[in-house]
Design a protein around this ligand. Structure first.
Ligand code: GLY
Length: 362
């Protein structure tokens, strides 16, 4: 067997989900597949340089295996490491990334590798969308949240003082490499952070997924859980890549979730915890107003609690209302809210500000 046949057969053995976006790509999913990164990337990109972008936590755990694999695939590999945490997702790190790429003579034929969670993936994607007006990039998500949500669908960006993700671009990766084994090093809190998006996907699209994770004891089935989430997200993105309609439904729980995060100034609460509370409050309000099946709120809350997520907040609804009006996804004359009518089914409601206030029972 020659080397090319070998490469093809290695890639063929890894499970894939195809994303038929404007620029189509495959999401490779499996256990222990970081070591195949070089083979996968080389098949799709013929450049000379591969630049790994990662944070200091992930660097210690997973850079070496990816770096060796890229080197074996014939790349000149360099690595940019930044301090972990949300404050890094800004121009303060992005500008040095651009300078680093220039110092390493990175060209449009080369490839950037975002290795880490959502912050790394979003920022690497945006660097790839903007440096030299665009070059290839690969997502290697290592958190549950990044694997089931942020690495799929091409949203990239950074935060500015006025808010999170306010500067960005839609830029699809050339591949996503999702190694489930990386989830074993996550803390319980960071794992739960991703579970909020998993439960959200179950609520808006799949009773089967919701039931699978309901009790929070699905360790054995984690590969299947991640795959089902990716499939749900991929199909939504294929139908509405630029978020003009269907993709907005991925915002279930996020209208109040973002408001809660903003209230706490993005400290002391994770995105997933805030989204969990957002889903719970909206479902409670929907049930009280006869907009969903009876018992849905209790069912959702049990699922969230079983997965170590909160269901309520002490912030009063008037304050949440004010903060939610600052959301970047709000319309100039109203707001779109997403409600689940039952597990697996959701609707979008286009409300005026007065109707929104009435829904919140203010
Ligand atoms: N995280 C929501 C989206 O990608 O649209």
């Amino acid at each position: 067997m020659n080397k090319n046949t070998n490469v093809q057969s290695t890639i063929d053995k890894i499970d894939k989900i195809h994303v038929n976006a404007s620029s189509p790509y495959d999401i490779f999913i499996g256990k222990g597949i970081l070591k195949n990164s070089g083979t996968i990337v080389r098949k799709l990109n013929k450049g000379e340089n591969a630049v790994i972008i990662t944070d200091d936590n992930v660097d210690k755990l997973y850079s070496q295996v990816v770096l060796d694999s890229l080197k074996d695939a014939g790349y000149k590999v360099s690595k940019f490491v930044f301090p972990h945490g949300e404050p890094s997702k800004s121009h303060k790190v992005l500008m040095p990334i651009y300078e680093f790429l220039a110092e390493h003579s990175v060209t449009r034929s080369d490839v950037l590798i975002g290795l880490g969670g959502g912050i790394t993936g979003d920022m690497t994607g945006f660097a790839a969308a903007s440096y030299l007006r665009g070059l290839d990039f690969v997502q290697i998500p290592t958190t549950l949240l990044a694997q089931v949500d942020s690495s799929v669908g091409g949203k990239t960006g950074i935060d500015i003082a006025a808010g999170k993700n306010l500067v960005g671009a839609f830029k699809q990766p050339i591949a996503v490499i999702c190694d489930i084994n990386t989830l074993s090093t996550l803390s319980q809190e960071i794992f739960a952070d991703g579970m909020a998006e998993v439960i959200k996907h179950g609520m808006i699209r799949s009773e089967k997924l919701f039931d699978m994770v309901f009790k929070g004891d699905f360790d054995e089935k984690i590969l299947d859980v991640v795959k089902q989430n990716i499939l749900i997200k991929a199909r939504v993105v294929e139908n509405d890549e630029k978020e003009k309609g269907e993709r907005m439904q991925l915002n279930f729980g996020h209208t109040l979730g973002h408001a809660i995060e903003r209230y706490y100034n993005y400290t002391s609460i994770t995105h997933g915890q805030a989204v969990a509370i957002g889903m719970s409050i909206f479902t409670n309000l929907a049930e009280r107003q006869g907009l969903c099946e009876k018992g849905l709120h209790e069912k959702l809350c049990k699922c969230l609690e079983n997965n170590k997520l909160p269901i309520k907040t002490n912030i009063n609804i008037e304050e949440l209302y004010e903060f939610s009006l600052k959301d970047k996804k709000r319309l100039s004359n109203g707001i779109n809210i997403i409600l689940c009518t039952n597990v697996g089914k959701c609707i979008t409601k286009n409300l005026t500000i007065n109707e929104y206030k009435k829904f919140l029972q203010i």
